[in-house]
Design a protein around this ligand. Structure first.
Ligand SMILES: [Zn+2]
Length: 301
């Protein structure tokens, strides 16, 4: 008796696939054939969950899919099956996803992957069927500037796939977002807990560094007591304190990414700091501009 070890792949195959064998021209009931996959000499029909049939050669599937390679090497019950048979395999993917997947592995085309729901569905199917090429294409498409997705969604997908460079880039792109705004709840729900924790920690770290920079002793008004460069008198730089408060609140509401946005720059508190002058000698405190410039140009982590 042949021994057989049940692998994870085989277990999944058993769970999601129903295989039927039809003879001659018999076809699955009420199924329509996808026009791009209608080869009459194919020996396998994949039937999508929305009942579209894709005719394809088993050797193509074996060549491009570890999952199908395993499946077709499993012992088959061929009793009573003639040589002139078409194997029908029912899968869980819908026709659009299956068409995209098969177009890529057949070398006949590449689907439009701008829609993130579609991209993720195709990626999940490619993972399940162990198809490296569609996974590689989805990886490139995920970071495309034209893909219609929030950086949170991209981050979650990249983390799940363990695509570290993509996850880092996406996490940086989330820095302009308020993670706790109600509109992002659904997106955050998609991110696995450990990766979500890291993302929240990144935002917190960014805020703490920004606050620390605002409190930097390189700015004379942070000294206790602070002394004016121009006249040497002690001063309380109210404008600076007001700006720090405004920016700290803004950081809570909406962090910044590569640049300080207009929500930071177009505030009256900043104008007041830049316009503040020594009341004795009536000259500006240049230190304000210098510190702000270094703060704004601070390298991003
Ligand atoms: Zn002064």
């Amino acid at each position: 008796m042949a021994t057989h070890t049940t692998t994870l792949t085989e277990a999944v195959a058993t769970e999601v696939v129903t295989t039927q064998v039809f003879t001659g021209n018999e076809e699955s009931m009420a199924a329509k054939t996808h026009p791009a996959f209608a080869s009459p000499d194919a020996d396998v029909q994949l039937c999508s969950k929305d009942n579209t049939t894709f005719c394809i050669h088993s050797h193509t599937l074996v060549a491009v899919s570890g999952w199908f390679r395993t499946m077709f090497t499993l012992p088959q019950d061929t009793a009573g099956v003639s040589a002139n048979t078409i194997e029908v395999i029912h899968v869980q993917e819908d026709a659009d996803v299956l068409a995209g997947l098969l177009a890529i592995v057949s070398g006949t085309g590449c689907p439009d992957l701008k829609n993130i729901d579609y991209l993720e569905s195709l990626l999940c199917a490619a993972e399940k069927y162990e198809m490296p090429l569609p996974i590689a294409i989805a990886r490139v498409a995920l970071m495309s500037p034209v893909v219609n997705a929030s950086p949170i969604r991209v981050y979650g997908i990249a983390c799940r796939m363990n695509w570290i460079p993509e996850a880092k880039l996406a996490s940086t792109r989330t820095l302009v977002l308020d993670l706790f705004a109600p509109g992002w709840v659904a997106e955050l729900d998609r991110v696995d807990a450990p990766h979500l924790t890291k993302l929240i920690a990144l935002h917190r770290q960014r805020k703490e560094r920004f606050i620390a920079a605002l409190d930097s002793p390189t700015f004379f008004a942070n000294h206790r007591p602070a002394k004016c460069f121009n006249c040497g008198r002690e001063l309380v730089h109210h404008e600076w304190q007001s700006l720090k408060y405004r920016w700290a609140k803004q950081m809570d509401k909406r962090p910044f990414g590569e640049h300080l946005s207009s929500e930071y720059m177009d505030v009256e508190e900043l104008a007041a700091v830049l316009g503040a002058r020594c009341p004795i000698k009536n000259v500006s405190w240049r230190n304000c501009r210098d510190v702000l410039s270094s703060l704004i140009s601070r390298p991003r982590e």
